[in-house]
Design a binder for this molecule. Structure first.
Ligand SMILES: Cc1cc2nc3c(=O)[nH]c(=O)nc-3n(C[C@H](O)[C@H](O)[C@H](O)COP(=O)(O)OP(=O)(O)OC[C@H]3O[C@@H](n4cnc5c(N)ncnc54)[C@H](O)[C@@H]3O)c2cc1C
Length: 400
């Protein structure tokens, strides 16, 4: 078995295979010498509070203990499922009965004019990106963040903590409404101004490298502004190159079935690079981890994990935000119920379809997220007044 890609999806695949009793050879090809976790890259790692060792997905000894051959620091350049081969950049060819692609994605880099590759215009996907960005986050440094989604907002918070001056632009007002609902999104976005970030509803027209940094023309402003650094945080492109070259079906991701199998029966795909047919890609940590477990179950022909509502978390300005299921704006079918007061954590907002919760966002209330996830998974009918009442223990609603 050869797994290509050492993010959470790839590492979870090999871990779950061993846990499930897979006794064959297992090779993990990882571009990084030792696989590490990505969420801290915009939080504690970027802030300098955690080292690379501290964010390793597994202790380096774990791979040998689990009899996983970690081929680190190199990439696969071709997969040939019809002959069962994976070719590495260093010329080695690995043989594989089955191949699992766990190649993640790249940060989108829109073309905002002419900037050299070494200009201080950053994206944030890997440790090298985080290291480059961190050298610029010094007190008084002027940082422009393009994109007010989860990663842009986390970096704004971290950069303020490091003393940088931050301007954040996004064409949406507020950003993230689709993920957390308009009311919570507006409050979350408002936190930027409370923490000294200038948040603007606009876009970048051009970036121009100058001797001092980057001159940025924002849409609707008469003059350009000078920044020491720019972070572009506008989304992810799934890494599908190996799959495409191998003739696998791709469309905004490597297309997979519910067992993570691609259009070739001996190739599976997991995590941010994969997309379940007729669904959106999740692009969240736990979804990638669960993909790995599902792929392992397919390979082992064991019972797959039960389906569960998708879950994610994010941190900004000392607050912990979690989302589960699907938040929707209120319409003929959906209504929003708030538990507590938006803006006074802990609180939660729910989307209900009829008597069923279909999504929730919570701030500083992980226990509520856990309970709501079970309500969603079990399809329990609830009374909106019970959900809204902070004195009502949500777990008791599960007994109905
Ligand atoms: C800065 C940041 C913060 C985040 N914060 C959160 C958060 O707070 N909460 C949350 O739920 N999610 C968060 N996420 C999202 C989460 O980290 C991703 O969904 C998750 O990392 C996806 O895992 P993956 O294994 O599919 O892909 P990745 O983590 O991208 O791993 C893929 C790996 O494959 C390697 N690779 C690619 N091609 C090859 C090849 N040809 N050969 C060998 N290796 C290859 C890549 O280098 C990479 O190491 C964050 C993401 C980022 C970037």
């Amino acid at each position: 078995m050869v797994v290509v890609g050492g993010g959470i999806a790839g590492v979870s695949t090999v871990a779950e295979l061993r846990k499930g009793g897979y006794a064959g050879e297992l090779v993990l090809v990882s571009a990084d010498a030792v696989p590490y976790d990505r969420p801290p890259l915009s939080k504690a790692y970027l802030a300098g509070e955690k080292s690379l060792d501290a964010i390793a997905l597994q202790h380096p000894d774990w791979y040998a203990d689990q009899q996983v051959l970690l081929v680190g620091g190199t990439v696969a350049v071709a997969v040939r499922p019809e002959v069962g081969e994976v070719e590495l950049a260093d010329g080695r060819v690995l043989s594989a009965d089955r191949i699992v692609l766990a190649t993640g994605g790249r940060a989108v880099r829109p073309a905002f004019g002419e900037v050299r590759r070494d200009a201080p215009v950053h994206v944030l996907r890997d440790v090298a990106d985080a290291d480059r960005l961190r050298t610029q986050l010094v007190p008084g440094a002027r940082l422009l963040i393009v994109g007010g989604g989860l990663i842009g907002a986390e970096v704004a918070s971290t950069a303020r903590g490091l003393g940088a001056e931050v301007v954040l632009v996004d064409p949406l007002d507020p950003p993230l409404a689709a993920a957390v609902g308009t009311e919570v999104a507006r409050w979350l976005h408002g936190l930027h101004a409370e923490h000294g970030v200038e948040a603007l509803t606009t876009t970048v027209e051009t970036l121009l490298e100058t001797r001092a940094g980057v001159a940025v023309q924002l849409k609707g402003e008469p003059d350009s502004r000078e920044f020491d650094a720019v972070l572009v945080a506008v989304g992810l492109v799934p890494e599908t190159g190996l799959a495409e070259a191998a003739g696998l079906e791709t469309s905004r991701g490597i297309l997979v079935d519910s067992g993570q199998v691609t259009s070739h029966p001996s190739v599976l795909a997991v995590g941010d690079c994969a997309r379940l047919r007729d669904h959106r890609r999740a692009e969240h940590w736990e979804a990638a981890q669960r993909d790995g477990a599902r792929a392992a179950a397919t390979i082992l022909q064991s019972e797959p994990l039960p389906a569960t509502a998708p879950w994610w978390w994010s941190d900004r300005y000392g607050l912990h935000v979690e989302g589960v299921g699907e938040m929707r704006s209120a319409d003929a079918e959906h209504r929003t119920v708030v538990r507590g007061v938006v803006g006074e954590p802990p609180f939660a907002a729910f989307t209900l379809r009829g008597e069923r919760v279909v999504g929730a966002v919570t701030v500083d209330d992980p226990a509520a997220t856990k309970a709501v996830r079970r309500l969603i998974d079990r399809g329990v009918d609830v009374r909106p007044a019970d959900l809204a009442d902070p004195a009502q223990n949500l777990r008791t609603l599960l007994r109905r």
